[in-house]
Design a protein around this ligand. Sequence first.
Ligand code: DLZ
Length: 162
Amino acid sequence: MKKTNLSDYDPSAVPDGSPYTIAVVAAEWNPEVTNAMLEGAVETLKEHGVKTENVIVRHVPGTFELSTAADLLYHFTPRLNAVICIGCVIQGETRHFEFICQAVSQGITNVSLKHGRPVIFSVLTCDTMQQALDRAGGKHGNKGVEGAITALKMCKFYRECV
Ligand code: DLZ
Protein backbone atom coordinates (compact mmCIF):
# COMPACT_ATOMS: atom_id res chain seq x y z
CA MET A 1 0.00 0.00 0.00
CA LYS A 2 1.18 3.51 -0.84
CA LYS A 3 2.33 5.39 2.24
CA THR A 4 0.89 8.90 2.39
CA ASN A 5 2.72 11.82 3.88
CA LEU A 6 0.32 14.75 3.85
CA SER A 7 3.23 17.19 4.22
CA ASP A 8 3.83 16.63 0.48
CA TYR A 9 0.34 17.53 -0.60
CA ASP A 10 -1.48 18.80 -3.64
CA PRO A 11 -2.71 22.28 -2.60
CA SER A 12 -5.54 22.15 -5.14
CA ALA A 13 -7.01 19.16 -3.26
CA VAL A 14 -7.36 21.13 0.01
CA PRO A 15 -10.75 22.75 0.69
CA ASP A 16 -11.04 26.53 0.85
CA GLY A 17 -10.82 27.61 4.50
CA SER A 18 -12.50 31.01 4.19
CA PRO A 19 -15.85 29.96 5.77
CA TYR A 20 -14.26 28.37 8.84
CA THR A 21 -13.16 29.21 12.37
CA ILE A 22 -10.46 26.82 13.58
CA ALA A 23 -8.71 26.59 16.96
CA VAL A 24 -5.18 25.29 17.36
CA VAL A 25 -4.17 24.17 20.87
CA ALA A 26 -0.53 23.40 21.56
CA ALA A 27 1.07 21.74 24.58
CA GLU A 28 3.96 23.56 26.27
CA TRP A 29 5.98 20.40 26.87
CA ASN A 30 8.75 19.88 24.27
CA PRO A 31 8.24 23.42 22.92
CA GLU A 32 10.91 23.16 20.19
CA VAL A 33 8.65 20.53 18.63
CA THR A 34 5.18 21.83 19.44
CA ASN A 35 5.98 25.44 18.46
CA ALA A 36 7.23 24.28 15.03
CA MET A 37 4.06 22.23 14.57
CA LEU A 38 1.90 25.14 15.72
CA GLU A 39 3.60 27.48 13.26
CA GLY A 40 3.13 24.96 10.44
CA ALA A 41 -0.55 24.52 11.28
CA VAL A 42 -1.33 28.24 11.50
CA GLU A 43 0.57 29.08 8.28
CA THR A 44 -1.20 26.29 6.41
CA LEU A 45 -4.66 27.37 7.58
CA LYS A 46 -3.98 30.92 6.44
CA GLU A 47 -2.49 29.78 3.11
CA HIS A 48 -5.76 27.97 2.45
CA GLY A 49 -7.98 30.95 3.15
CA VAL A 50 -8.80 30.84 6.88
CA LYS A 51 -8.98 34.47 7.97
CA THR A 52 -6.44 35.58 10.58
CA GLU A 53 -9.23 36.56 12.99
CA ASN A 54 -10.73 33.07 12.61
CA VAL A 55 -7.59 31.23 13.68
CA ILE A 56 -7.69 30.85 17.48
CA VAL A 57 -4.38 29.87 19.13
CA ARG A 58 -4.29 28.52 22.69
CA HIS A 59 -1.69 26.79 24.88
CA VAL A 60 -2.04 24.15 27.59
CA PRO A 61 0.63 22.85 30.00
CA GLY A 62 0.95 19.33 28.55
CA THR A 63 -0.45 16.89 26.04
CA PHE A 64 -2.66 15.36 28.74
CA GLU A 65 -4.64 18.64 28.91
CA LEU A 66 -5.41 18.80 25.17
CA SER A 67 -8.75 16.98 25.24
CA THR A 68 -10.08 19.13 28.10
CA ALA A 69 -9.03 22.22 26.16
CA ALA A 70 -10.84 21.02 23.03
CA ASP A 71 -13.98 20.32 25.06
CA LEU A 72 -13.90 23.80 26.65
CA LEU A 73 -13.29 25.46 23.31
CA TYR A 74 -16.35 23.77 21.81
CA HIS A 75 -18.44 24.73 24.85
CA PHE A 76 -17.51 28.41 24.84
CA THR A 77 -16.55 29.41 21.30
CA PRO A 78 -19.42 30.20 18.96
CA ARG A 79 -19.10 29.07 15.34
CA LEU A 80 -16.06 26.87 15.97
CA ASN A 81 -15.63 24.39 13.09
CA ALA A 82 -12.56 22.37 14.17
CA VAL A 83 -9.94 22.04 16.88
CA ILE A 84 -6.39 20.92 16.11
CA CYS A 85 -4.59 19.43 19.12
CA ILE A 86 -0.80 19.63 18.99
CA GLY A 87 1.42 17.75 21.43
CA CYS A 88 4.61 15.76 21.68
CA VAL A 89 5.14 12.90 24.09
CA ILE A 90 8.62 11.39 24.35
CA GLN A 91 9.22 8.00 25.92
CA GLY A 92 11.02 8.36 29.26
CA GLU A 93 12.12 5.95 31.97
CA THR A 94 8.67 5.50 33.51
CA ARG A 95 5.23 4.47 32.22
CA HIS A 96 3.98 8.07 32.10
CA PHE A 97 4.26 7.97 28.30
CA GLU A 98 1.70 5.18 27.99
CA PHE A 99 -0.84 6.88 30.26
CA ILE A 100 -0.58 10.25 28.50
CA CYS A 101 -0.80 8.71 24.99
CA GLN A 102 -3.76 6.52 25.96
CA ALA A 103 -5.59 9.39 27.69
CA VAL A 104 -5.12 11.94 24.91
CA SER A 105 -6.03 9.63 22.04
CA GLN A 106 -9.18 8.41 23.81
CA GLY A 107 -9.97 11.90 25.14
CA ILE A 108 -9.78 13.52 21.73
CA THR A 109 -12.01 10.83 20.25
CA ASN A 110 -14.54 11.32 23.06
CA VAL A 111 -14.65 15.10 22.64
CA SER A 112 -15.09 14.81 18.90
CA LEU A 113 -17.96 12.33 19.28
CA LYS A 114 -19.56 14.34 22.12
CA HIS A 115 -19.71 17.53 20.07
CA GLY A 116 -20.11 15.89 16.66
CA ARG A 117 -17.28 18.09 15.37
CA PRO A 118 -13.70 17.47 14.24
CA VAL A 119 -10.90 17.30 16.80
CA ILE A 120 -7.62 16.62 15.04
CA PHE A 121 -4.94 14.43 16.62
CA SER A 122 -1.64 16.14 15.85
CA VAL A 123 0.20 14.45 18.69
CA LEU A 124 3.63 12.93 18.19
CA THR A 125 4.33 9.85 20.31
CA CYS A 126 8.05 9.22 19.87
CA ASP A 127 10.89 7.18 21.34
CA THR A 128 13.40 10.00 20.90
CA MET A 129 13.55 13.77 20.49
CA GLN A 130 15.18 13.27 17.06
CA GLN A 131 12.14 11.32 15.84
CA ALA A 132 9.95 14.21 16.99
CA LEU A 133 12.11 16.89 15.33
CA ASP A 134 12.06 14.85 12.10
CA ARG A 135 8.25 15.21 12.13
CA ALA A 136 8.11 18.88 13.15
CA GLY A 137 9.62 20.42 10.03
CA GLY A 138 12.40 17.86 9.52
CA LYS A 139 12.90 14.97 7.10
CA HIS A 140 9.43 13.49 7.72
CA GLY A 141 7.52 16.73 7.16
CA ASN A 142 5.52 18.71 9.68
CA LYS A 143 2.60 17.00 11.39
CA GLY A 144 1.18 20.42 12.27
CA VAL A 145 0.80 21.15 8.56
CA GLU A 146 -0.89 17.76 8.17
CA GLY A 147 -3.24 18.53 11.06
CA ALA A 148 -4.30 21.76 9.36
CA ILE A 149 -5.04 19.97 6.08
CA THR A 150 -6.98 17.26 7.93
CA ALA A 151 -8.99 19.94 9.75
CA LEU A 152 -9.96 21.64 6.48
CA LYS A 153 -10.96 18.34 4.92
CA MET A 154 -13.07 17.44 7.97
CA CYS A 155 -14.74 20.87 8.00
CA LYS A 156 -15.80 20.24 4.40
CA PHE A 157 -16.93 16.72 5.28
CA TYR A 158 -19.09 18.14 8.09
CA ARG A 159 -20.67 20.71 5.75
CA GLU A 160 -21.53 17.95 3.30
CA CYS A 161 -23.28 15.98 6.07
CA VAL A 162 -25.56 18.68 7.46
C1 DLZ B 1 4.33 14.69 33.03
C2 DLZ B 1 4.65 14.68 31.58
C3 DLZ B 1 5.67 13.84 31.08
C4 DLZ B 1 6.48 12.95 31.95
N1 DLZ B 1 6.01 13.84 29.79
C5 DLZ B 1 5.32 14.66 28.94
C6 DLZ B 1 5.63 14.67 27.55
O1 DLZ B 1 6.54 14.01 27.04
N2 DLZ B 1 4.89 15.49 26.75
C7 DLZ B 1 3.85 16.27 27.22
O2 DLZ B 1 3.22 16.97 26.43
N3 DLZ B 1 3.55 16.26 28.53
C8 DLZ B 1 4.25 15.50 29.39
N4 DLZ B 1 3.95 15.49 30.72
C9 DLZ B 1 2.92 16.45 31.22
C10 DLZ B 1 1.46 15.91 31.09
O3 DLZ B 1 1.01 15.99 29.74
C11 DLZ B 1 0.50 16.76 31.96
O4 DLZ B 1 0.68 18.13 31.66
C12 DLZ B 1 0.76 16.55 33.46
O5 DLZ B 1 0.72 15.18 33.79
C13 DLZ B 1 -0.29 17.34 34.30
O6 DLZ B 1 -1.62 16.84 34.04
